[in-house]
Write a protein of this length. Structure first.
Length: 331
């Protein structure tokens, strides 16, 4: 289901082409990646705010974070403090976090995918011997881990989840939709990521695991973002790629919870039961939330865009007829 384009970027391929579905709809007669179950809370108007997860939603999680996780695992594995040494290799630490050291694929629901830095440190800390003065403190390990992440981030560029991300965020801001990020990363790292992507100016609020509230799947961060934006939770939409995002949005009472996934909602299983909608990438939010005029949707054929906001290779149908089944122009 997952493939690489040009050896550098992840392409989310769905079992069927995505078709935009308006909030409140009970779905389309076609099997699509934007299929949905009946929502418990529906928006009667367009959302006042959209709250995004960061990793796996705005950025390609594997391509952006794999170098950071590898750097921190190597730093921790080589650590020796006062006779206390790590007893396992960096490969084992990566595996404990949920990353395949060979392919650098990160498992959905793993420690790397959903947990905060303190939770990761809890997992890694048990590999240390006692040493003369006892094992290093978890605070020391967290400092080393986050220092390695920052050093790696300075050397490796952030990879957006497709080129449609900056333009989609800019368009939403132009339409007056308030935007926020609630992430299990630190607030400073999240802010820097948005700045590196050139979209920080569009976000009114950034909340991380260290912003003074419980991390997702708790709803605290979502509720705090709504308060800062001055909107009620039912006026907001939560968008994320993990069960923790959907649970947090649902717990906060968001008007809709949109899962970002290459799979249709019906294939995501019970862990995504709180999701009301599913898209392959955030570019599909515009028609889904009816933030694009109907004629613009028709002209641009939003349902025929691939996961990167690009046209797939035009298909001639039937063969030899010279009739293009998909338009060549990109809106």
């Amino acid at each position: 289901m997952l493939a690489r384009r040009g050896g550098s970027s992840r392409v989310w391929r769905a079992a069927a082409a995505a078709s935009p579905v308006a909030l409140g709809s009970r779905g389309s007669s076609r099997g699509t990646a934007a299929s949905l179950r009946p929502a418990r809370r529906l928006l009667s108007t367009r959302p006042a705010a959209i709250i995004f997860d960061k990793d796996g939603t705005l950025i390609d999680f594997d391509l952006t974070w794999a170098p950071r996780f590898r750097a921190s695992a190597e730093a921790v594995a080589s650590l020796s403090l006062r006779g206390s040494e790590c007893r396992v290799s960096a490969r084992r630490l990566l595996a404990d976090g949920g990353m395949d050291p060979a392919t650098e694929q990160i498992a959905v629901g793993s420690v790397f995918h959903e947990a905060t830095a303190p939770v990761l440190v809890d997992v890694w800390h048990r590999h240390f011997t006692s040493g003369k003065a006892g094992p290093p403190s978890k605070a020391t390990l967290q400092h080393i881990t986050e220092e390695a992440w920052e050093a790696s981030a300075a050397q490796n560029a952030v990879v957006p989840l497709g080129p449609a991300v900056p333009s989609t965020i800019a368009w939403l801001a132009e339409q007056g939709v308030l935007l926020a990020v609630v992430t299990n990363d630190s607030e400073a790292m999240a802010q820097k990521t948005l700045e590196d992507m050139g979209i920080a100016q569009h976000f009114s609020c950034v909340i991380g695991h260290d912003s003074g509230m419980r991390a997702k799947p708790e709803a605290d961060g979502i509720l705090a973002a709504c308060r800062r934006l001055g909107v009620s939770p039912h006026e907001a939409v939560m968008v994320g790629d993990s069960p923790a995002d959907m649970i947090a949005g649902d717990g906060a009472g968001c008007g809709a919870c949109v899962a970002v996934s290459p799979l249709p909602l019906r294939m995501l299983g019970n862990r995504f039961a709180a999701a009301t909608h599913c898209v392959e990438h955030i570019g599909q939010l515009l028609p889904l939330l009816e933030l694009v005029p109907a004629q613009h949707k028709a002209d641009c054929h939003w349902d025929q865009l691939d996961a990167w906001g690009e046209r797939e290779t035009p298909v001639v149908d039937p063969p030899g007829s010279g009739v293009l089944a998909r338009p060549q122009a990109v809106c």
